[in-house]
Design a protein around this ligand. Structure first.
Ligand SMILES: Cc1cc2nc3c(=O)[nH]c(=O)nc-3n(C[C@H](O)[C@H](O)[C@H](O)COP(=O)(O)OP(=O)(O)OC[C@H]3O[C@@H](n4cnc5c(N)ncnc54)[C@H](O)[C@@H]3O)c2cc1C
Length: 414
């Protein structure tokens, strides 16, 4: 019998593993519980706004090397759009000040010496403190390593780390924050260009992967939820999908690329992250004015990032747990008031949608980070993948794809 690799979960981790293994000629079957691929990174048609939107705005950086390799492999690299240089526009809602950070391309951070390129109100020496995060111990929170107040913190580090860690940065893991700094700011502007899926996550990161898999004969089974795993000693012997089950023979192997709480239920005794943080997105059907940058960081407001898409403005709020119980229309109204003020638009609320992802990411504290398992398990033919596994990165697209690539590598070598 030819060897079959079963991949459970068609989120980015599962898809990245499937693409990598199919490209190497392995026989792959992907089993996805829902009727769509993409998991937490997906597009769907939304009746309230009357258009296809993403569940949430997703930002990549040009230094996300695994994510870019994945996009290249599925032929979608050119669908990730961004400015030619690393620039980030900001707006302070309290003082109404606007500024744009201009990183220079190389690794020597000349931009911090230029008052027109750095954060207004900061000095070059302030930036030295960021380096402390690069060597931070794993059991420390950001707030134990750097000062979590002051202009540089409020205007750069807080928005950057809040977006990357999806937790109040002071409580976030300093080691995970250090990993972000190491792979972005410390690499220079060439690694910091913001990239977004302008035509949507689905047509950029998901559908081309499904086409790639189909062309290579891989099967993707939707509505096929794994209910239980059967094992004997150090091997998985069968996958139980409720209405059917699959016996594993010979060298067959499994990549489990499902969220941590599903993994914990399927593999009793395994330690996984157990606390989560929400992300709230608001989508407004309105033409963004020409002067609104494609991505705008906002401080001193509920709105944190504004994304301008054709025919739509979308807002992202990280660590949004405090907004989970706010009535949806009140939330839409208050976010729109801020957006209308910033963008110079009429105060009348356009068609809108609020998407609240309660378990958007695991809580990136040092304690939860320590609960992340490595990809290898005590079963020789079972490997874990997912943004929450031990990748050394916070729960991001890059972490998910890197974990998928790593799982594929382990399986390919076994
Ligand atoms: C609103 C929001 C905004 C975000 N913004 C960003 C951003 O700007 N930049 C960034 O890099 N990252 C961002 N992220 C994080 C990013 O989306 C995730 O890191 C990534 O999508 C996780 O992929 P994954 O494959 O690890 O997990 P998931 O996407 O959770 O995939 C797991 C898959 O397994 C399936 N599944 C579950 N149980 C079973 C079962 N029993 N059997 C079969 N299948 C099962 C699920 O249906 C799902 O498809 C954001 C996330 C959210 C929610």
């Amino acid at each position: 019998m030819p060897r079959i690799i079963h991949i459970i979960g068609a989120g980015l981790a599962g898809l990245a593993a499937a693409v990598e293994l199919s490209a190497r000629g392995h026989m792959v079957v992907v089993h996805e519980a829902t009727n769509f691929a993409g998991g937490r990174c997906r597009s769907y048609y939304d009746n309230s706004v009357g258009m296809t939107i993403d569940n949430g705005n997703h930002l990549l950086l040009s230094g996300n090397r695994a994510a870019l390799a994945y996009a290249r492999a599925i032929g979608a690299e050119d669908r990730l759009a961004g400015p030619p240089r690393a620039e980030f526009a900001f707006f302070d809602f309290a003082s109404r000040e606007k500024w744009t950070l201009h990183f220079n391309d190389g690794r020597v951070p000349w931009w911090i010496f230029d008052p027109r390129r750095r954060v207004p109100g900061t000095h070059a020496l302030d930036y030295l403190s960021i380096a402390r995060l690069l060597w931070a111990p794993h059991d420390h929170a950001v707030g134990e390593v750097i000062r979590f107040s002051g202009t540089l913190y409020e205007r750069l580090l807080r928005p950057l780390l809040l977006a990357a860690l999806n937790i109040d940065p002071a409580a976030g893991s300093a080691a995970l924050a250090g990993a972000i700094i190491r792979e972005t700011i410390a690499m220079g502007g060439r690694a910091c260009r913001p990239l977004i899926a302008r035509e949507g996550l689905g047509s950029t990161l998901i559908d081309p992967a499904l086409d790639f898999l189909e062309e290579r004969g891989a099967r993707v089974l939707f509505g096929h939820q794994l209910h239980a795993i059967r094992c004997s000693e150090d091997r998985i012997t069968a996958l139980d999908f409720g209405k059917d089950s699959i016996n594993l023979t010979g060298d067959d192997a499994v990549i489990l690329a499902v969220p941590p709480y599903v993994t914990a239920a399927l593999l009793p005794g395994i330690e996984t992250p157990s606390e989560f943080r929400a992300i709230v997105n608001a989508h407004f059907r309105v033409d963004p004015p020409g002067h609104l940058p494609p991505i705008l960081g906002v401080i001193n407001a509920t709105t944190e990032w504004i994304f301008a898409f054709p025919g739509r403005i979308s807002v992202t709020i990280s660590a949004g747990d405090r907004l989970i119980d706010t009535p949806r229309d009140a939330l839409a109204q208050s976010i729109w008031r801020e957006v209308a003020t910033i963008a110079g638009l009429a105060s009348e609320l356009p068609r809108w949608q609020i998407v609240r992802e309660r378990r958007a990411t695991f809580a990136a504290t040092p304690e939860q980070d320590a609960r992340r398992p490595p990809p290898r398990t005590s079963h020789r033919n079972l490997v874990l993948a997912g943004d929450w596994t031990k990748t050394g990165l916070p729960a991001t697209i890059e972490s998910a794809i890197r974990s998928g690539h790593r799982a594929a590598e382990i399986i390919a070598q076994s």
